[in-house]
Design a protein around this ligand. Structure first.
Ligand code: NI
Length: 432
């Protein structure tokens, strides 16, 4: 058993406890936190490795609850366009040229960025997901992966469902639980009710959660009403989607009733403020959702509509946007924002292992921030400094499942230089 000891000037356990522990110590045995608290003395030879955190802060790793990692290859390729033009003229034609290898390298590009920004776990929906799984396993980042399912064409829809089943048997639980699989019906407007019913029955049969886009734009809600006579949330409820565990991305355009339905059915909601703003989709009713007790987490969405995968920035944006749109600075205070970006994210992925917080028995998914920077001083309230002042450049060390992925700002499990080179070459070919 490998024993790693982290000593840190400051430590935030997270979960419901955002009180700083000074001069803290965290003992990790293999993948699990076995002690957290005041520093102790150990006999010589008991500890395999000590990581010293002078002027550093240790906290749970950030969880990106909704993204399309490989879209990092299309970052900056098409911006400032109306959503449908953006998809039809730019994104879909480029995606049609994506090979399996492109997905692998594009995902690795996203993983480099996510690790550098303190993300230890993410929920992904895309295609060729076995390549995404391979990239995650190699890099050591935790992920919950869903093959995007589109059911507009019956035979293609059925084929993609078969791919999903193969993905489940090959990858669900791989890397000793590092990788888990969800089913990924893309959205109500790409998956008609009949097709969704098939997906739901397979999710029930295999006991898998589902990851879906819901109520992202006003147009989507209107089209759904015109076509099916119901708004998206009501339609999904009527066909039994919410009887299973569901991670719903966006949920921007919601009625009072829909907020109630999502809360009562315990649907996990991934809030994507950056993408919703950039695509002009609108502003999700975050304060109302939280007031009702909804399970809300934070996602970046893909890098083609954000344009980064920076969870510290996304957490700050979520908090500021909620305050500004409600004209109320008490909405989404710093500790609550931290909770959304960590433990709520982990719970929204329905993982069996305990992640998103640090306590005895939880997985050692954590990050270390360098607090010796002007923008952190003075140390009045370190939680507020992290939410309102920190940047991804402050992340110094990242660990997932007890394995160090970045140390001294150097990525140690992947060849970053080669990844940037491959990604650039491939991006040129895709968009030529
Ligand atoms: Ni999305």
């Amino acid at each position: 058993m490998t024993k790693i000891l982290i000593r840190s000037d400051y430590l935030l356990p997270g979960g419901d406890n955002w009180n700083i522990i000074r001069n803290a110590e965290l003992l990790i045995e293999d993948t699990v936190v076995s002690y957290i608290g005041a520093q102790r003395n150990y006999p010589v030879g008991v500890i395999d490795r000590i990581i010293e955190g002078k002027n550093k802060l240790v906290m749970p790793g950030l969880v990106n609850a909704h993204t399309h990692a490989a879209m990092a290859l299309l970052r900056g390729y098409a911006d400032d366009m109306p959503l449908m033009d953006w998809l039809e003229q730019k994104i879909w034609p480029a995606e049609a040229r994506l090979t399996k290898e492109d997905i692998y390298w594009g995902t690795l590009l996203a993983i480099c960025e996510m690790i550098r920004g303190g993300t230890t776990c993410f929920a992904d929906m895309y295609f060729h997901m076995e390549e995404v799984a391979r990239a995650c396993l190699e890099s050591g980042i935790r992920a919950s992966l869903a093959q995007g399912l589109i059911g507009l064409d019956a035979s293609q829809g059925a084929a993609r469902l078969e791919d999903s089943k193969i993905l489940v048997s090959d990858w669900h639980g791989a890397g000793e639980g590092l990788i888990t699989i969800m089913l990924g019906p893309h959205a109500p407007y790409t998956c008609p009710p009949q097709y969704l019913e098939k997906v739901i029955s397979i999710a029930a049969e295999l006991s898998l959660p589902m990851h879906i886009h819901l109520a992202e734009t006003r147009g989507e809600v209107q089209d759904c009403l015109d076509k099916w006579g119901k708004r998206p949330i009501a339609l999904m409820d009527s066909i039994g989607l919410f009887k299973q565990q569901v991670l719903a991305a966006h949920c921007v355009h919601l009625s009072e009733d829909e907020i109630l339905t999502l809360t009562q059915r315990q649907v996990a909601i991934a809030h994507n403020p950056g993408s919703n703003l950039k695509l002009g989709s609108g502003i999700a009713p975050l304060a109302e959702l939280l007031e009702r007790g909804a399970m809300v987490s934070i996602g970046t969405d893909g890098a083609a509509s954000n344009n980064n995968l920076d969870m510290l920035e996304e957490m700050r944006l979520a908090s500021l946007l909620a305050k500004g749109s409600c004209e109320d600075p008490t909405v989404l205070p710093a500790r609550k924002a931290l909770k959304l970006a960590t433990v709520n994210g982990a719970r929204s992925l329905f993982l069996k292992e305990e992640t998103g917080l640090l306590r005895e028995g939880s997985q050692a998914d954590l990050i270390m921030l360098d607090m010796d920077k002007p923008h952190f001083h003075p140390y009045h309230d370190l939680c507020a400094q992290i939410v309102y002042a920190a940047s991804s450049a402050d992340v110094e060390m990242v660990m997932v499942k007890g394995r160090v992925l970045m140390e001294g700002k150097k990525l140690v499990t992947v060849d970053e230089e080669k990844i940037l080179h491959e990604a650039n070459e491939r991006a040129v070919r895709l968009t030529r």
